[in-house]
Structure formats: structure tokens, C-alpha cells
Design a protein. Structure first.
Length: 256
């Protein structure tokens, strides 16, 4: 059993499917002491596994406007993946102090319960005030980041686990978004805080992308055909504490 009596517990949890044993697993991480445990639904037991070899990058921003609560693990093909930071304490580092070469993706294989590390795209060449993120689009692991304060870029890992397969999927100019972007000042006139976006969903025909927009507590529909964004009318009604993908499956969590 894991003791989570405190409302401010540092335990974090993820859920995934291990096809090698036809069972679901829950991964628990206690970031204060870098402890990792795995729970199999089939045998109802928590087990300790190897700790993270590098520190997962989770909700570290000191500004309420620069995180969407989504750097919390992405499930892809029997693995859970996080952005991570080399040579840093998981509870004591700031975005502004991180360099490009410290970033890495840490991937936990639920079958073997071992870790792999992947490099980020070579085009990611600057750490800005906006947190980069991992997401799941087009049945692929994706990486997105602010580019020099002028664009939002999404990269797709075409072949999972292969660093050289990173391909730039989309480069969105802030001028095409409904945010009153001032090109001269490199900022939004309407939203003075850093511009933080997260890709939520891509339509089946690939024409429309939904972006969570943290500064306005809203979302943007981005049309890939005409390269224009339109704000969805849900302003001030949502807060993007966490946005997760789901994978359709006919496998029962009860094993039946």
C-alpha cells in the first residue's frame, strides 16, 4: 500500500497496458526521494523498481501562466514517457537554469520495467520561459515548444524510440493566432504573460488542431489548410490542470 494521507503528497501516478502479460499496470513515483513502484492489477501487489536515472520534468514552473500540468507522462506503445533533466534534482531546479543539452526523454517500458533515453529534435535550440511538452498525436509521440518567442513548433517522432526520426510537423506563427501578438515586442498585447500552448487533439482528416491556451483558460482551433487560429467559446470556464490522451481498447481492466 502507498500512504497518501497528505493532500500535498508528492506521489504521482500513471496508467498503462503491458501486452506481454495481458494486464494493466499503475506506475507510482515519489519525487522527493526518486522512488518508483509498479502495481499489477492482476496480482494486486506494489513492487519497487529501479529509480529514474534522470529527473522527470514535472510542473516546475514558478509562474502560474507557464504550465498546463501536462508534463506528466505520455503513454505510447506499452511505454510511459516523460521529459527529463540530466544533472538536476527533481525537486529543486528552475526552467531558466536549464540548458538544451540537459533535456532528454525518459521512457519506461512496462513490459521489462526498464528505462530508455531519447534525444529531442535538433531543431530545439533554445530554452525559453515557456515549458516544452510531450503529447500524443497521429499515433505518435510528439514534442512541442516555443521557438524564439515567435512560433509554436510541434515535432513528430515518426518511428518510436528512434531519435533520427523526429520530423517537424507544424510551425505555427503567433501572428496567425487570436492573441493580439505584437511582432515588434515579441509578446501578446492582450496576454502579457508567456504564451503557453498544448496540443490536445488533431482531427481525423488532419485539417484541425485543438490547442489548449493557458493564459486565457481557453482553447484555440487551428486550421492547417489556411494556417489560422480561432478561439473556442469556452473562455473562463476551464482550467487546463491536466490534459491527457486515451487509447481505445477492448481489453478489460478486470482481465475478463
Amino acid at each position: 500500500m502507498i500512504n497518501t494521507r497528505s493532500l500535498y503528497t508528492l506521489w504521482r501516478f500513471w496508467f498503462g497496458y503491458d501486452d506481454s502479460i495481458n494486464d494493466y499496470k499503475i506506475v507510482a513515483y515519489y519525487e522527493k526521494i526518486n522512488e518508483v513502484r509498479v502495481f499489477n492489477l492482476g496480482d494486486n501487489v506494489w513492487r519497487h523498481i529501479q529509480s529514474f536515472p534522470v529527473a522527470p520534468f514535472m510542473d516546475i514552473s514558478t509562474s502560474p501562466h507557464t504550465h498546463l500540468g501536462i508534463n506528466a507522462g505520455v503513454y505510447v506503445s506499452g511505454t510511459v514517457n516523460w521529459l527529463a533533466i540530466r544533472n538536476a534534482c527533481p525537486c529543486n531546479f528552475e526552467l531558466k537554469s536549464i540548458t538544451i543539452d540537459q533535456f532528454v526523454i525518459i521512457s519506461l517500458d512496462l513490459r521489462t520495467e526498464t528505462y530508455n533515453q531519447f534525444l529531442l529534435p535538433l531543431g530545439f535550440d533554445e530554452v525559453t520561459s515557456v515549458e516544452p511538452t510531450l503529447s500524443f498525436l497521429m499515433d505518435s509521440l510528439c514534442f512541442s515548444h516555443d521557438f524564439h518567442g515567435t512560433h509554436f513548433i510541434i515535432w513528430q517522432m515518426k518511428e518510436f524510440g528512434v531519435d533520427k526520426s523526429w520530423t517537424q510537423f507544424l510551425k505555427i506563427s503567433y501572428l496567425t493566432l487570436p492573441i493580439d501578438y505584437d511582432e515588434n515586442n515579441g509578446s501578446s498585447l492582450q496576454y502579457p504573460c508567456p504564451l503557453s500552448f498544448f496540443p490536445l487533439c488533431l482531427s481525423e482528416n488532419g485539417d484541425t488542431l485543438i490547442l489548449a491556451f493557458d493564459a486565457a483558460n481557453s482553447a484555440i482551433l487551428y486550421n492547417l489548410r489556411d494556417n489560422r487560429g480561432e478561439e473556442i467559446r469556452i473562455r473562463n470556464l476551464v482550467r487546463w490542470f491536466c490534459a491527457k490522451n486515451y487509447v481505445e481498447s477492448l481489453v478489460s481492466t478486470s482481465g475478463k
